[in-house]
Design a protein around this ligand. Sequence first.
Ligand SMILES: CC(C)(COP(=O)(O)OP(=O)(O)OC[C@H]1O[C@@H](n2cnc3c(N)ncnc32)[C@H](O)[C@@H]1OP(=O)(O)O)[C@@H](O)C(=O)NCCC(=O)NCCS
Length: 157
Amino acid sequence: MQTGLPLNEACNLQVRKLEISDKSKGFVELLQQLTVCNTISDEDFQMRFQELSSLGDDHVICVIEDTSCGKIVATGSVFIEKKFLRNCSKVGHIEDVVVDRDSRGMRLGKRVLSFLTDHARSVGCYKVILDCSNENKAFYEKCGFKRKEIQMVKYFI
Ligand SMILES: CC(C)(COP(=O)(O)OP(=O)(O)OC[C@H]1O[C@@H](n2cnc3c(N)ncnc32)[C@H](O)[C@@H]1OP(=O)(O)O)[C@@H](O)C(=O)NCCC(=O)NCCS
């Protein structure tokens, strides 16, 4: 919906955890704006949803729904890693942050990051970390992150 108003005024936004019904509200299509995400059958979606839900607070997916049109317009996830070091500390890993291309620049990304970092703090993490491209560095800095070290990867496919 493009009304010329800021999104907060133009529609109702609900920031919450992912629900199973969000598949029919464009959640998968939103992930497809981030990277390769093939069509997922209802059965596969349900199985993965239940698997992740069973992790409770250790894996949380945040979504923002535009309730005026029933569409998921932003998402991001955080996984809580339990460690032995630093007195059995915990670290939050933020992943899969994406805002619908028609809703960018309206602070929705910032709200997702805030939801995820608040969750990580509330369950006792001493830090949250994430990987990003150079072009998104400034966005994460606006969300209170700073650059540290480098990312390494080994792909299996
Ligand atoms: C990156 C992304 C999540 C940002 O979401 P967004 O809702 O458009 O960002 P916000 O409106 O919350 O921006 C918050 C602040 O960051 C700034 N910002 C956002 N994207 C930026 C960018 N690429 N470069 C510089 N600043 C940026 C905004 O201007 C805003 O600044 P302000 O608080 O001073 O006004 C969104 O552009 C997106 O989904 N991109 C495609 C997917 C992607 O790259 N995801 C990240 C994977 S690591």
